[in-house]
Ligand binder design. Structure first.
Ligand SMILES: [Zn+2]
Length: 392
């Protein structure tokens, strides 16, 4: 049995003072009690705020070898071209960097990750890790006639994940890269476990333009970079890309829309009402890295119980730290409280990944991991010096 206390403890519901957490040796919460009932010498006391372990709702750990290799602020389409151009690293380096990234996330107090994968490269690290991973096997491909082949590649990775007893589901990449026939194959697949989805949404204005009339940067990407004829492989819908995504999205399953930089307040509200199991993921540092633009997170507060936080990959970020993401949001949106951001970073991600029985809040019976956040200001806002230390 162990006892932990700090200046404050944020359970996910309330900010406690003069309290102590009692856990078993594995970190399962046995009790939360007043500090006065305990001998001081039996308690480990920390300066700062204790909070639940973080859930990184969106990462691509297999891209970790791309750290510091892609030019910043060139926009999504150029980013995709750069990424695909350097996607030929030796397997040994890819595997080493995956393990280094896994260790970085552990040190940064991350206990669970929703991780996008195209390959099986990260599966062994995930199986051995202390972190709980859900692998989203990302499926895409521009040619409708090749949909069965794209899907079969995804199934191969899926079965390898299942052999290792990892949580995994096959998911679409983004609206512009998944034709209707492939959407139907993905959502018609019933072996996902848990059956949840994660899709990139409205990361760039070019996506909107492409769906309206088939023109712009995505047309150039398909025609010039992939050497296909975009007019043959893509039918503009005359609507916004999110309308295409929700046409296929099942209502009964949890799903995560990632980035949402160009989602309007009205789209956020209406889509949330129509899809009660849809969550929205903020990846602010990646958005600044790629597009140098952030969504209006003040407007996201209208669905604040369904917002998660992700780091995205080291291709578009210099750290895998949920604390860094929260600090970035609050530096631009100072009215968003630290307690709200911690909920985005913990319980909301745990609910999305369907692991809230164990993770996401400090409650008796859960084993959520415990982090210490140091050097908060008196009003609990983050300071420049705020840092994270993993306690359990
Ligand atoms: Zn991503």
């Amino acid at each position: 049995m162990k006892k932990y206390s700090a200046d404050k403890i944020f359970t996910g519901k309330e900010m406690l003072e003069k309290s102590v957490l009692i856990t078993d040796d594995a970190g399962k919460i046995l009790a939360i009690d007043s500090i006065e009932h305990h001998d001081r010498s039996s308690i480990q006391f920390f300066e700062g705020v204790l909070c639940p372990g973080f859930v990184n709702a969106h990462c691509h750990i297999e891209l970790s070898y791309m750290r510091n290799r892609i030019t910043r602020r060139t926009g999504l389409v150029q980013f995709v071209k750069d990424l695909l151009t350097i996607r030929n690293e030796k397997l040994e380096t890819v595997l080493d960097e995956i393990e280094i990234a896994n260790q970085e996330m552990i040190r940064n107090g991350i206990v669970a990750v929703g991780d996008i994968s195209n390959d099986d490269h990260s599966l062994i690290t995930k199986q051995k890790s202390k972190i709980y991973y859900h692998t989203f096997i990302e499926t895409y491909g521009f040619k409708p006639e090749n949909a069965a082949q794209y899907f079969s590649n995804a199934k191969n990775v899926f079965y390898k994940a299942k052999e290792l007893n990892l949580a995994a589901s096959i998911t679409p990449h983004a609206p512009y890269s998944v034709p209707p026939v492939l959407m139907n194959l993905i959502y018609g697949w019933k072996e996902n476990h848990p059956e949840i989805f994660s899709i990139h949404n409205q990361e760039t204005e070019a996506e909107t333009k492409f769906f309206f009339d088939g023109s712009g940067d995505f047309k150039n990407l398909i025609d010039d970079f992939f050497k296909l004829n975009s007019a043959e492989v893509f039918q503009p819908t005359g609507k916004r890309s999110i309308d295409y995504l929700i046409e296929f999205l099942p209502k009964e399953n949890n799903a995560l829309f990632v980035h949402n930089t160009f989602t309007t307040a009205d789209e956020l509200k209406k889509t949330s009402e129509n899809f009660p199991n849809l969550f929205w993921c903020a990846c602010p540092k990646a958005n600044l890295y790629i597009e140098n633009r952030l969504p209006d997170y003040n407007c996201w507060l209208q669905v604040k119980d369904r917002i998660c936080i992700g780091t995205d990959s080291l291709a578009s970020n210099n750290s895998l730290s949920i604390l860094d993401e929260m600090k970035t949001i609050q530096s631009k949106f100072p009215d968003i409280k630290t307690e709200t951001l911690i909920n985005w970073a913990t319980i909301n991600g745990a609910k999305f990944l369907e692991i809230e029985k164990q993770f996401g809040s400090i409650e008796i019976g859960k084993q959520p991991g415990i982090n210490l956040i140091t050097e908060l200001n008196n009003d609990h806002s983050f300071s420049e010096r705020s840092a994270i230390r993993k306690i359990i």
